[in-house]
Design a protein around this ligand. Structure first.
Ligand code: SAM
Ligand code: SF4
Length: 332
């Protein structure tokens, strides 16, 4: 390897080194979770705006080879609705990164094994209620049994640990926090509780609907005593059960933001690069890709975007501005 091929860290103006790429591969979804999408009326990206697998792989390769990225997560929308997903997984796995995916789990019974065989290393499955009627209210789909089968299929395929993401919303599912802790201990999955963020398409977010991570940890600790683990780059604050039966994570994006250690950039399904989930501006990599830009030009666009990254999202500031696009359009 010559010195020009040695990866140079992608550092922003606050000294944060970026090594994690989140790729949304579709804005479409087979669910309509109330905290994410409206029941009807989402306007999808035209098909020709979606990056092809080759375009996605090219941007990922620039991130890995030029900047030493070591982690890639696939998301959406619902990534498993994209046709021939194992093919993309295979292409990205060949880059030698820690490759993971966030999914609603509804198709995993059919495809967990293929994804594992294609080289996917880790999987997070979203599940916000263990009660069938409430699951239906929250997702507007009657698919709890399929998601449960999907979780077990992921465990059976070899993913370890399988993480289960729970978005906790006050007055909606906050009475299931301890049930979810028990579920994680019984099923051998790692439950991660996520604070509700102002990224819902219906613009219903309200600070009073946020259940703070500290409150979630306290509720579980009262039933199953916990001990806090030291933090790394994982946005989840981790706590292990004192009886040794696994651990939980809490993601306090609103009440305990982890912006100071953020190491990620995001690529939307239509090829827009974002330095932050809450960024109000984007860099059009699709235009660069489709007008013959070489890898140097793509790397320069990445470097400029990251150089301009802000210190933090400032959700709690009075002048906070919600991004124009919602969670499923950006990629969670
Ligand atoms: N469809 C996949 C899923 O649900 O796992 C992947 C995309 S989804 C946008 C990624 C994650 O964002 C999920 O864990 C979901 O629960 C979470 N999410 C969506 N809207 C959210 C919101 N307003 N606040 C917090 N988390 C949210
Ligand atoms: Fe779809 Fe995931 Fe959004 Fe639910 S959270 S509507 S499954 S993208």
């Amino acid at each position: 390897m010559t010195s020009s091929e040695i990866p140079q860290p992608l550092v922003d103006g606050f000294g944060r080194e970026h090594r994690d790429l989140r790729i949304s591969i579709t804005d479409r979804c087979n669910f309509r979770c109330t905290y994410c999408m409206p029941a009807e009326g989402m306007v999808w990206q035209p098909r020709d705006h979606l990056l092809t697998f080759e375009e996605i792989e090219r941007i990922a390769r620039v991130c890995v080879q030029r900047f030493g990225f070591d982690s890639i997560r696939l998301t959406g929308g619902e990534p498993t609705v994209r046709a021939r997903l194992p093919l993309l997984v295979k292409k990205l796995a060949a880059l030698g990164v820690d490759l993971s995916m966030t999914t609603n789990g509804s198709t995993l019974l059919a495809n967990a094994h293929d994804l594992w065989a294609a080289g996917l290393n880790r999987i997070n499955i979203s599940l916000d209620s263990l009660r069938p009627e409430r699951f239906f209210e929250l997702t507007r789909r009657d698919e709890l049994p399929r998601v449960m089968e999907g979780i077990r299929a992921a465990v059976g395929a070899g993913f370890d640990p399988v993480k289960v993401n729970v978005v906790v919303v006050r007055g909606s599912n906050d009475d299931e926090i301890v049930d979810f802790a028990r579920f994680g201990r019984t099923e051998g999955v790692r439950v991660r509780f996520i604070e509700f963020m102002p990224l819902d398409a219906d613009n219903q977010w309200d600070r009073d609907a946020v259940v703070a991570s500290a409150e979630i940890v306290a509720a579980i600790h009262a039933e199953f005593p916990l001990e806090r683990l030291t933090r790394d780059h994982d946005p989840a604050e981790r706590h292990r059960y004192l009886d040794g039966r696994g651990e939980i994570g809490v993601i306090g994006s609103v009440t305990e933001p982890f912006c100071a250690s953020c190491d990620r950039v995001r690529l939307t399904s239509d090829g827009q690069l974002r330095a932050c989930l809450f960024a109000t501006d984007e860099t059009d990599l699709r235009a660069l890709l489709r007008t013959g830009a070489d890898d140097g030009a793509l790397a320069a666009a990445l470097a400029t975007t990251v150089a301009g990254k802000w210190a933090g999202h400032g959700i709690s500031n009075v002048n906070f501005i919600r991004p124009a696009r919602s969670m499923s359009e950006i990629g969670g």
